[in-house]
Design a binder for this molecule. Sequence first.
Ligand code: PAF
Length: 285
Amino acid sequence: MKVAKKITTVRKAVDSAKRRGQRVGFVPTMGYLHEGHLSLIRQARKYNDFVVVSIFVNPIQFGPREDYRRYPRDLRRDLKLCKEAGVDLVFAPSVEEMYPQPFLTYVEVKELDKHLCGASRPGHFRGVCTVVAKLFNIVMPDVAYFGQKDVQQARIIEQMVADLNFPIRIRIMPIVREPDGLAMSSRNVYLSEEERRKAPIIYQSLLKGKRELLAGRQVGRVLKELARDVEMAGGKVDYVELVRWEDMAPVRKLAPGERYVLAMAVWFGRARLIDNVVFRAGERG
Ligand code: PAF
């Protein structure tokens, strides 16, 4: 496995892979890898000849009061996991390599960032889209893999790829969960023992909400009840919302056949956790 810190090294390695006729799969990450990332890497390994993983904690997607500085990092462990998973190339650039000064160009996908995390974290998706567009231009993969846990990010990147004509297929892979249902996340390390015990309420209430929505209960009431359940368990709800997959806009009534996302962001202590369930109106609950 090769580890590249420089853009030119990545370009050369991918270029030779492509000249050998190899298909390139790409998994962008911020490191501190867990089973969720590894499931994306395994999928990339299965369907591609040359697998690239990027590890870069992207400063421009964090707000001024967010956790950029304390975001967990462990490059040695990440490299070991990548090697074991059969990755061909890891791109782990410095901030200076990605953002030489002056840096003045940003990518913004309109409308899809108005609600959910886009509303709670202004500028977050602009930072995500900018770094992902840069990574796509550097790696030039055939296929890129994203997790459904960051569902709004996945939808926004899908749109960016369509709007800006990136010749890249986007694959969105299912959420990987702990045995008690908590969605895997690098931020789970912020949880105290007690918070960790309570956090599975997020997924439990999402499942309950999905069941009730599919049974025809009123959306507003279901959302209120979910928020109450989570708060009773000690979480502080940032948002709980039902949105259409297509435009990520809140809805109060299901339309048959339409695809929806029931999504939550909840604080447990210092950890802001997000999770969601995706379903179609009319499917069996
Ligand atoms: O999902 C993440 O880890 C990040 O938002 C991404 C896509 C690697 C961009 O920094």
